[in-house]
Ligand binder design. Sequence first.
Ligand code: ADE
Ligand code: ZN
Length: 338
Amino acid sequence: MSEIREFIRRLPKAELHLHLEGAILPATLVELSTRHDAVPLTLADAEALYRFTDFTGFLMAFKAVTQRLITPEDYELASWRMMQRLAEQGVVHAEVYISVGVIYHWRDHQPESFDPIFAALERARLRGERELGLTLYWIFDAVRHFSVEEGAQVFRKAAQMRAAHPSIIGIGLGGDERRTGSEPYRALYAEAREAGLRLTNHAGETTGPEAIWEALTIGTERIGHAVSAVQDEILLRELQTHGIALELNPTSNVRTGVCDRFATHPLRAYFDRGLLVTLNSDDPAFFGSDVENEYVLAHSEQGFTREELRRLAANSIQASFLPDSAKAAWLARVEATV
Ligand code: ADE
Ligand code: ZN
């Protein structure tokens, strides 16, 4: 293994933009299929589900994989495998999107149907914490292009469960920004904030900077992707002044066709301006990268030095929703890494 990869692995890192369903590798899907299907998927069948050529195709592939998660035990296995991969990369804390909106939309709209799935997610989380030393928070993700009523169901479920389950840290909006922005969700974001949930939002991935402004005006604390912020000087200043954290996912953006190459991704421009940028993998099983590899590519494609990689790791801790005491402890470990 290269020296730089070893250094990256040793750096304590938080992954802040990771979809559980997007972390399921084809081999795990085969394993799930052997539990459920009379004629199980072959590896080639499973791999075919992950093929796409553009953003719309990616969303369809994501849906196809998510629909193969059937029982609570499926979710438990997927979560455990994801945590194993994270621990191998030196990730010490992750904030993971669960597509609760997809579960309700394609199955039934009974709020309680998610309860046994969540119990399974928690079993995996606690086991990972015990056996791998990795902490995890959950972010309930709604699909913006379904309906606001469906979004309400997801966010209210998070709000109701939060008191008993503090691992539910926040909410998010994924899906197709070209079809629905953030404005329709203004009242729901205010309600979620009242309930103590932290507010994240995919914005400026397939849309222009106006989508990021819109996300900010509804109270979004952390922006996923934010690729198009680079087009708007005033927005860049706003992001910097207010220390808004950006969850960047460069390989995801290259693979869905919203960015040419890793080398030209605005990661470098944002970092040099002092924005609070973090590096993440989004859907590692779909994009053929993971967070460790994103750091390696930041080094090889954009010339990030060791000290700059250390800054990215520190940013990931800083931008997390961990309590200040945990942040301080991890930041000291980041600074001490040689
Ligand atoms: N769901 C999973 N990954 C996503 C992405 N990159 N954009 C929008 N929705 C998603
Ligand atoms: Zn995402």
